[in-house]
Write a protein that binds this ligand. Structure first.
Ligand SMILES: [Zn+2]
Length: 158
């Protein structure tokens, strides 16, 4: 079996008055990610992990933040387009594992919805898409609630 691993990481600044989109789900909170797209840091990390595993370039290469085409775009569309690139290379998903690092809000109640959303787009079972959350114990920019980081690892098979 031809299997390949990929990893992705993404950072976004948090600012008051913006929508917080995470894993394809809107989370009620008074801050959201500053971005050219809808700022879904988790979906961006997953896209980069998928692209890496498939031997492709990064998310900024395919969906540049200078392009008006991607202004405020729903990152679920970017994930779908990324999966199309991965499929073109003949790969399918074995599993996606990810971690979101943020101080607030608590996202555990939203994780089942994120898994359902991502797995539906990816055409895989929710069991194959895992999402964990952690804080930095108030350390650094994450602890000061200035930003969010997401990391993802993907396994693909051909
Ligand atoms: Zn991003």
């Amino acid at each position: 079996m031809n299997i390949r691993i990929g990893q992705g990481i993404d950072f976004h600044r948090l600012e008051k008055g913006l929508d917080l989109n995470l894993g394809g789900v809107r989370i009620p909170y008074d801050k959201g990610c500053v971005a050219h797209s809808d700022g879904d840091v988790l979906l961006h990390a997953i896209c980069d992990a998928l692209l890496g595993a498939a031997g492709l370039r990064d998310i900024g290469f395919y969906f540049p933040d200078t392009s008006p085409e991607y202004k405020d775009i729903d990152s679920k569309i970017l994930l779908k387009k990324t999966l199309d690139l991965v499929k073109e290379k003949g790969y399918s998903i074995v599993n996606i594992d990810s971690t979101v690092c943020l101080e607030k809000p608590k996202i555990s109640d939203f994780i089942p919805g994120m898994r359902a959303t991502i797995s539906a787009i990816a055409g895989t079972e929710p069991d194959n898409v895992t999402i964990k959350a952690t804080t930095t114990e108030k350390l650094g920019f994450i602890g000061r609630e200035e930003g969010i980081v997401a990391m993802a690892v993907v396994l693909l098979s051909k």
